[in-house]
Design a binder for this molecule. Structure first.
Ligand code: GLC
Length: 639
């Protein structure tokens, strides 16, 4: 590892040659450190600024700090300001002082100050001991002991959640994905995942513990600033990492001291190199929840935070080749972060996207520079909700309509716009679709409907009002009607049904982790309890979530809080599931807290606004199922 002083001058002097240079700078294994050297911070930041234009072309010059403005929606001062406002002085999690480059992985480093020694999360005693020292025996609840043991499950969950806290410069910054003492191979489960932290963050917010959430928001914002590359290619600038790790490394030139390092993974190390599209969307959703719950709007009003929001939006709203208003992504870009046939326009991403758009609209400060962005946002909100409500919705009536579709319609007013061949309707669905109820399909592409039921996408479409009120109730009707398949012995199936046989081989690439009814391929994930709970509370049907929580309580603590369950009924702890999976623990706690105080769900819910309803109805009246109004068109082209 080279010292910062050794690396930086060589970076600066290299600058003039870099902007058009072809060869990669092998020596630029630069790790970005945030250190306590305030005086040198600006100077070094400027050094990085000059590097900006070349960084994308450098092999091994990874995560070089980038100071580009976000054209069109902001300006070039962005990154400098963020540097100045975020520093780590040991005591303030949102403060980072100083920047140096060190060893090659674009890592933020802060010096460890003696009194803030890293606090190692305590290992959880096998067997689930609660704070009162008693064994928390989930699954042994009976009438007399029921209340006491449920309390002890909650106590145990709180203890475990606190034990999962990760510290940076002595301050809580997030929670580790899993704290499983029985599994020696941690892979990346010892990292703080953005998506996994959301239920942890909500649990802390609902408990009135705001600091960890504030710190998480501000530090992950720092990570958004780094340029990241995979084989010389950089993804878009607003990308948030999938996860990050806090490392403790020796301090430069001082063997007796260490410093904390934030080391993000944007997908360039992740299995399959998947892009974490959902991270930024969840970040926006959590930011709004933080403001609503704590009443502290100063975080969302900060210049650097406003810029962070805009960068995410800009990345999502930028023009591409798309014909649809839905966000086009590769496979594995969300909770399902492996190949599962969800490339294209998966519902989960669309629901989070919609929710993030609405949350961002509430938080963006009105200013001249953002009017284009806000216009683009508003247009997208309307188009996206129309598209999903119209084309993703399926129930008995719609299924019958598809069954009778004509195909190969070349015209503006085609009914079967996406040229769906009725033979695509899978046999299981003909049996499965209840007469009362419906859902949003998993994905829609030209000539392709993915009819699988994906839970998170459907639940978050309710929470965000992406689905209409009627559709939202119909989804909950379907969940009730299909309880024995979607909940069974452990809530909640990630998707239904599983791919089997040849379909599994082709779709997953014979992934041994995603075998039928396991993991992402029809496994049951306790963490989904919290999204189910928010959706049920929003629709004023909390009893559905209460029933699911009771089922989970029978086993979840006894089974040591697994990541997921296998089999059609969710009867087995998942073959490769981690134990003491933090978002299983936090998801349960959020459900309990919200069921006890349903009004608090408002920090996550988006209500449909009246502007959208009127825009939607005018779009409906222009629905091409009706005759296209040629008179209104100025230009007519047929190619
Ligand atoms: C698995 C899940 C992913 C989660 C990660 C950490 O990869 O699919 O959604 O974020 O584990 O828990």
């Amino acid at each position: 590892m080279g010292t910062s002083e050794a690396v930086l001058p060589s970076l600066s002097t290299a600058v003039p040659h870099l902007s058009h240079s072809k060869p990669c700078l092998n020596s630029l294994n630069s790790m970005l450190h945030l250190k306590s050297d305030i005086n040198s911070r600006r100077k070094r930041a400027l050094g990085y600024m000059r590097l900006l234009n070349c960084s994308r072309m450098l092999r091994n010059c990874r995560r070089v700090y980038s100071i580009q403005g976000i054209d069109g929606f902001s300006h070039g001062k962005t990154k400098i300001s963020r540097l100045e406002s975020v520093s780590c002085k040991g005591q303030q999690a949102e403060s980072v002082s100083g920047i140096t480059a060190e060893d090659g992985h674009g890592t933020i480093i802060a010096p460890k100050i003696k009194e803030f020694e890293m606090v190692e999360p305590m290992r959880h005693e096998k067997g689930g001991f609660a704070s009162n020292g008693k064994f928390a025996a989930g699954g042994t609840i009976n009438d007399t002991l029921g209340k006491a043991s449920i309390d002890s499950i909650e106590d145990e969950a709180w203890n475990l959640l606190r034990e999962s806290i990760v510290f940076y410069c002595g301050n809580p910054i997030g929670t580790i994905a899993a704290n499983d003492p029985s599994n020696s191979s941690s892979l990346n489960y010892d990292q703080v995942f953005i998506r996994d932290f959301i239920p942890s963050g909500i649990a802390f917010l609902l408990k009135g513990e705001y600091d960890i959430v504030r710190s998480f928001i501000l530090h992950t914002l720092q990570l958004q600033s780094w340029e990241k590359t995979m084989d010389c290619h950089s993804p878009g600038q607003g990308l948030m990492p999938a996860s990050f790790k806090v490392r403790t490394v020796p301090l430069d030139g001082d063997d007796s001291a260490t410093e904390d390092v934030l080391d993000p993974d944007f997908g360039e190390a992740a299995i399959g190199r998947v892009a974490p599209v959902d991270s930024g969307l969840w970040w926006i959703i959590l930011l709004r929840a933080y403001g609503k719950c704590s009443g502290d709007l100063s975080v969302q009003e900060r210049f650097d935070v406003q810029t962070g929001i805009k960068m995410i939006l800009k990345l999502c709203l930028s023009d591409g080749f798309d014909m649809f208003p839905t966000l086009l992504v590769t496979d594995g870009s969300c909770m399902i972060d492996r190949r599962m046939g969800i490339h294209g326009h998966p519902l989960e991403i669309q629901a989070l996207f919609y929710s993030a758009l609405l949350c961002a609209r509430e938080m963006l400060a009105p200013e001249d520079g953002s009017s284009d962005l806000i216009r683009a946002l508003n247009n997208r909100v309307v188009a996206l909700s129309f598209h999903i409500r119209e084309y993703y919705w399926i129930d008995m009536r719609k299924l019958n309509e598809i069954y009778r579709y004509k195909t190969e319609e070349y015209s503006y007013d085609a009914v079967n716009k996406f040229n769906i061949y009725p033979d695509q309707i899978p046999p299981w669905l003909v049996e499965w679709m209840p007469s009362k109820g419906g859902y949003l399909i998993g994905n829609l592409q030209p000539a392709h409907m993915d009819f699988r039921f994906f839970s998170l996408g459907n639940l978050w479409s309710i929470v965000s009002s992406l689905a209409t009120t009627d559709q939202s109730h119909a989804m909950l009707d379907l969940i009730e009607a299909k309880w024995s398949e979607l909940v069974a012995d452990m809530p909640f199936k990630i998707c239904y049904p599983a791919f089997e046989g040849q379909e599994w081989r082709i779709t997953t690439g014979s992934d041994p982790k995603n075998t039928p009814w396991s993991y992402h391929n029809g496994g049951s994930w306790p963490t989904l309890l919290w999204q189910l709970t928010v959706a049920c509370i929003k629709m004023n049907r909390p009893e559905i979530a209460e029933k699911a929580v009771k089922i989970a309580e029978k086993r979840i603590s006894r089974d040591k809080w697994p990541e997921y369950y296998d089999t059609k009924q969710g009867r087995f702890i998942g073959k490769q599931a981690r134990l003491f999976q933090t978002w299983s623990i936090a998801g349960y706690l959020v459900s309990k807290l919200l069921l006890a105080n349903p009004d608090a769900a408002n920090i996550l819910v988006n209500r449909e606004d009246s502007d959208l309803v009127s825009a939607f109805s005018s779009m409906l009246s222009a629905n091409p199922r009706r005759k296209r109004d040629w008179k209104g068109l100025k230009q007519k082209f047929i190619v």
